[in-house]
Design a binder for this molecule. Structure first.
Ligand code: UN1
Length: 516
C-alpha cells in the first residue's frame, strides 16, 4: 500500500470553483496496483455540467484573448516552474493513479515542464508575417487568432504530459479551454489544472469536467459554443469524434493509435536493439501509442536477438511502480487486463508461439492489482491480428524477414503510422528506412518511444487526421490565421486588376514608375 492520502471527493473545476455533477453522480479512481485503494471520487458529469463549463469558458474568453501574448506566456512559464516544484509529488500520484513506474511518471511530468517552457516562449515569438503587397501603398500581414472556447479530451497513459501538449498551446493562443480528462486519471488532471490556477490563470480560462466519454466527452464534442476539439485516444472513439465534428463543421485534431515496429537488420548492434525493444515494448506496460508491439527481425540475427530478448524479459520485475526495482507496472484497469489476455488467446489460436508471459499475474501482492506478465510471441506473420491490432498492453510480436525491402513492407503493413524504428549501422539502410517508413516519427538506433516536445508529434494513416502536436508549429493547431490588408494610398486599388497594369498590358512602365 502507499502512504499518500486519498484525494477524497473532488469536484469539476468550473470558473475556479469545485462543484459536484448536477446529477450528484460520482465515480472512483482506483490504483491499478492495489485495486482496493481509492485515489479519489470524482463527479460523473453529463451535458449539463459540460454546458456550465463551456459558459464559464465563454465568459472568460474576451479577457483572456485580449491579454497580451507575453503575459499569457508568463503564466504558462510559472505553471512549468510549479510543475517542477511539485514534480515528485505529482509523479507519485501518477504512479498510484495509473500505474506507470515512478521513473516514467517523473518523465511524464518532465515532458509537461518542457512543453510549458517551450510554449511560454511563444508569448514573445508567435510571429505573423509581413509580406509585400502587389499594390502600391498597401500593407499586407498575418496574425494568429484563437478559435474561442476549445475542448480537450485526453487519455490516461500520459496523464500530465498529454494535457500539457494541448492545454498549454491552446491557452497560449488565447483560447479558453474545457478539459475532459480520462476517467482513469482524474486526480492527475485536477492537480495539473490547480497548478495552472496557482500560476495565475484567470477565472474560467481553464475548466475541467470529469466523467466518461459517452456522457461528458460526447457533450463537449457536440456543444455548439465549442469551436474546436483536440482528442487523443483510440481509433474507434476518434472516428466518432471526427464524424460528429464533421457534421458540425467543427475543427478537430485526432491523435489515435499505433502499431509501431522496431526493425532489426542483420548488421545491427543486438544488445542495443534488445535494450530498445524492452523499453519500447514494456515501458508503461506497453500502454503507449508509441509502444513497440512488433519486432521485425532479419533472419540471420533472429535467434540471437530472440534469445537475448526472452532472457531479458524473464528478468523484468512486475509490481507496484512506487517500489524501487520494479520494471513493469500494472495495466490500467480490469477490462484492459481482460482485453490484453484476449489477445494472447487470439495469438495462440492464430498459430503464433507464446514464447514467454501471456498470463494474468496472481502471485502474492500482484493479485491485488491488474498485472499482466510481459509477453513475447514468436513465429508471428504480418496478417495475424496480433501483428495488426493495437493491444495497448505488455505484449509484443516477433516477425522474421529476409531483406530490408521485406522489413520495410512489413513495417508499413498496418493501418497505423505513428512511430517506426530501425536498428542498423549501415547508413544506406538507415536512409532508405527514413525515407520509406510510413509514419509520423522515425527512429534510427533508438526505440519507438522517446519523442521530444520540440519536434512535431503525430502520425499518418489511421493514427490521426493529419495534425501534429508540439514542435515548432505547435500553435498552428490551436489558432487560425487572419490576413490583414491596410491600404494607405487614399484611392480604390483593385487587387488583380490594377496590379502591374503597366507590365501586363505592355504599356510603358517607366511612365508610371517615374511619374513622367
Ligand atoms: C503516447 O504514447 O500517447 O515518445 C505519447 C513517447 C512519449 C509520448 C508518448 N514522449 O513515447
Amino acid at each position: 500500500m502507499t502512504s499518500e492520502a486519498a484525494v477524497a471527493e473532488a469536484g469539476n473545476l468550473i470558473a475556479a470553483a469545485q462543484s459536484p455533477a448536477r446529477s450528484g453522480r460520482t465515480f472512483e479512481s482506483r490504483n491499478p496496483a492495489h485495486s482496493h485503494d481509492v485515489v479519489g471520487v470524482f463527479p460523473r458529469s453529463d451535458a449539463t455540467d459540460v454546458d456550465d463549463a463551456v459558459r464559464a469558458a465563454q465568459a472568460a474568453l474576451r479577457g483572456w484573448r485580449g491579454t497580451p501574448w507575453p503575459a499569457r506566456g508568463e503564466i504558462i512559464l510559472r505553471a512549468a516552474e510549479l510543475l517542477q516544484r511539485d514534480k515528485e509529488a505529482l509523479a507519485r500520484l501518477m504512479t498510484r493513479e495509473m500505474g506507470k513506474v515512478l521513473v516514467e511518471a517523473r518523465g511524464d511530468v518532465q515532458e509537461a515542464i518542457d512543453m510549458g517552457i517551450f510554449i511560454a516562449g511563444e508569448g514573445r515569438r508567435a510571429f505573423g508575417e509581413t509580406v509585400p503587397s502587389e499594390l502600391r501603398h498597401k500593407w499586407a500581414m498575418t496574425m494568429r487568432q484563437p478559435f474561442g472556447v476549445v475542448g480537450c479530451i485526453t487519455p490516461w497513459n500520459f496523464p500530465v504530459a498529454i494535457p500539457s501538449w494541448k492545454v498549454f498551446p491552446a491557452l497560449m493562443a488565447g483560447n479558453t479551454v474545457v478539459l475532459k480528462p480520462a476517467e482513469d486519471s482524474p486526480a492527475c488532471a485536477l492537480r495539473f489544472a490547480e497548478i495552472l490556477e496557482e500560476a495565475g490563470l484567470p477565472v474560467g480560462v481553464l475548466n475541467v469536467v470529469f466523467g466518461f466519454g459517452e456522457e461528458a466527452g460526447d457533450a463537449l464534442v457536440r456543444h455548439p459554443d465549442v469551436k474546436a476539439i483536440f482528442f487523443t485516444g483510440g481509433v474507434a472513439t476518434g472516428r466518432l469524434v471526427a464524424e460528429a465534428c464533421g457534421r458540425l463543421l467543427k475543427k478537430c485534431s485526432l491523435e489515435l493509435g499505433g502499431k509501431n515496429a522496431i526493425v532489426v537488420l542483420a548488421d545491427a548492434d543486438l544488445e542495443l536493439a534488445v535494450d530498445g525493444a524492452l523499453w519500447g515494448a514494456f515501458g508503461t506496460a506497453g500502454q503507449r501509442c508509441t509502444a513497440a508491439s512488433r519486432l521485425i527481425v532479419e533472419r540471420p540475427v533472429l535467434s540471437g536477438f530472440t534469445e537475448r530478448l526472452l532472457s531479458r524479459t524473464a528478468d523484468l520485475r512486475l509490481g507496484d511502480g512506487l517500489e524501487p526495482g520494479v520494471d513493469v507496472g500494472p495495466v490500467i484497469n480490469q477490462s484492459q487486463l481482460g482485453r490484453v489476455h484476449e489477445y494472447t488467446k487470439i495469438g495462440e489460436a492464430e498459430g503464433a508461439r507464446r514464447a514467454i508471459g501471456g498470463e494474468i499475474a496472481r502471485d502474492g501482492a500482484l493479485a491485488e492489482g491488474w498485472f499482466y506478465t510481459p509477453t513475447v510471441f514468436t513465429g508471428v506473420t504480418p496478417a495475424m491480428r496480433i501483428a495488426q491490432e493495437e493491444i495497448f498492453g505488455p505484449t509484443t510480436a516477433v516477425l522474421a524477414v529476409d531483406s530490408l525491402d521485406e522489413a520495410l513492407d512489413v513495417a508499413n503493413s498496418t493501418r497505423y503510422g505513428l512511430s517506426l524504428s530501425v536498428y542498423t549501422n549501415d547508413l544506406r539502410c538507415a536512409f532508405r528506412a527514413i525515407d520509406e517508413l510510413e509514419s509520423g516519427i522515425v527512429y534510427v538506433n533508438a526505440p519507438t518511444s522517446g519523442a521530444e516536445i520540440q519536434l512535431p508529434f503525430g502520425g499518418v494513416k489511421d493514427t490521426g487526421n493529419g495534425h501534429r502536436e508540439a514542435g515548432g508549429r505547435a500553435l498552428d493547431e490551436f489558432s487560425e490565421w487572419k490576413s490583414i490588408y491596410i491600404d494607405h494610398s487614399g484611392r480604390l486599388q483593385r487587387a488583380q486588376i490594377d496590379t502591374y497594369e503597366e507590365t501586363r498590358t505592355g504599356s510603358q512602365p517607366s511612365n508610371k514608375v517615374s511619374g513622367q
